[in-house]
Design a protein around this ligand. Structure first.
Ligand code: ZN
Length: 404
């Protein structure tokens, strides 16, 4: 709990939380809320250096499992069946010296070696911007001698095994970037009974690319028009089914060409401006059979992959969680444990931030920010006396007034 609070409160560093702990009524609030004492962060860190990372990793997965029992996640399923799980890797920390025996290394042109840690994530992503870490796998080198460094594809095999073990019957659709259209990933998804939507890049799957030459120039199978913040958006979908790959796998292809146009706004400086236009093309390979009715949903799910980068990694790096902070200068165990705690705290906070309590405040005060609300929470805990609950008088005497 002491470690989790670091991320729940977005304290920024262990030192900051120690300062809060010593300030005003903060510890009394903590005691009232959780019915326990808040330990000094040095003590918490000693535990995090010794606790095997698999323990907290499992706690994290056990915390996430009940999400699927709650019916409110159901409307976010693809084609009313599949939970969309994005897989991607992100850098956590880097050092200019060896941090632990498991560091990955990279040599730059001038011979300088960087030591770093990457983690591969499987996050449940939803259209309303939720990203929950369901499983994590560190990309790490073994201790002692080895031929080749660990890599994302090797970690993928370990990650999905973990995911399958935790959620054996969950209808899954894996969303991943251009690194993933390769034979082993197709086989894993087939063996596990999972669906996949992988980004297809120009140079990958040569034989598939050859089959698509004509279809790319064909009439779109479906076209949709929408308007968003003054932009007129046209989305053209094309698809092709039954593409054989290595005579073992049958793949399907989905393409979405998006054209965004903004009508010109004449002004004094530019009396006859040109309209703005942006074009983008997205292509995917999938084992879901597309048709005129579902091609839009498949294309939309393919683009949900971005949520792992935006709502997942970017929020954790820039949104006060300090994912890339050097939480441990020399213990890989503590680093991994801090990472698991951050994932648990982020999941809890997302549920709070999307809940009624916070969304109603944001509706009433459109210029309010989540960052500011958390600052206010911390200020409240320091400066305001804890309210004594009338329902549980036995707890009253546990609340001692803070020193002046
Ligand atoms: Zn290391």
């Amino acid at each position: 709990m002491g470690g989790l609070l670091l991320f729940l409160l977005k304290a920024g560093s262990r030192n900051q939380l120690n300062n809060l702990r010593a300030d005003g009524h903060f510890s009394a609030h903590y005691r009232q809320m959780f019915h326990m004492e808040l330990p000094h962060q040095d003590v918490v860190f000693d535990v995090l250096c010794q606790l095997p990372p698999a323990e907290l990793d499992q706690v994290k997965m056990d915390v996430m499992s009940p999400l699927f029992e709650q019916k409110w996640l159901r409307p976010f399923r693809l084609l009313n069946r599949y939970y969309t799980i994005a897989v991607d890797a992100t850098g956590v920390v880097s050092f200019d010296h060896r941090h632990c025996p498991h560091c990955l290394t990279k040599k730059s042109k001038n011979g300088k070696i960087t030591y770093f840690h990457y983690v591969l994530e499987a996050k449940l992503v939803t259209s309303n911007g939720l990203a929950f870490s369901l499983a994590s796998e560190w990309i790490e080198n073994p201790e002692g001698d080895f031929d080749k460094q660990d890599c994302e594809r090797k970690a993928f095999t370990r990650l999905v095994a973990k995911l399958k073990k935790q959620y054996p019957r969950l209808p899954v659709c894996i969303l991943a970037d251009g690194l993933y259209p390769y034979e082993k990933a197709f086989k894993i998804c087939e063996d596990y009974g999972w669906k996949f939507i992988f980004v297809l890049q120009d140079k990958s799957l040569k034989t598939v690319q050859e089959e698509l030459t004509l279809t790319r120039r064909s009439q779109p199978a479906a076209t949709y028009y929408t308007i968003d913040q003054g932009w007129r958006i046209t989305k053209e979908y094309r698809y092709q089914t039954g593409i054989e790959y290595h005579k073992k796998y049958t793949l399907n292809w989905v393409q979405c060409i998006e054209t965004r146009k903004k009508p010109p706004k004449p002004s004094k400086q530019t009396p006859s401006p040109q309209s703005l236009e942006k074009n983008s093309c997205f292509e995917y390979v999938t084992n879901i059979a597309p048709d005129r009715e579902n091609v839009r949903a498949i294309g939309y799910a393919g683009r949900l992959r971005w949520k792992i980068e935006n709502e997942g990694f970017n929020t954790q790096k820039c949104g006060d969680y300090e994912l890339t902070h050097k939480w441990s200068q020399n213990s890989y165990t503590a680093l991994q444990n801090c990472y698991s705690l951050l994932q648990i705290a982020h999941a809890i906070n997302q549920l709070i931030e999307k809940g009624k309590l916070i969304t109603e405040i944001l509706k009433r005060r459109p210029k309010e920010t989540i960052h500011n609300l958390w600052l206010r929470l911390k200020s409240y805990m320091i400066f305001c006396l804890p309210q004594i609950s009338i329902h549980s008088p036995e707890k009253e005497d546990r609340i001692k007034p803070a020193p002046a």
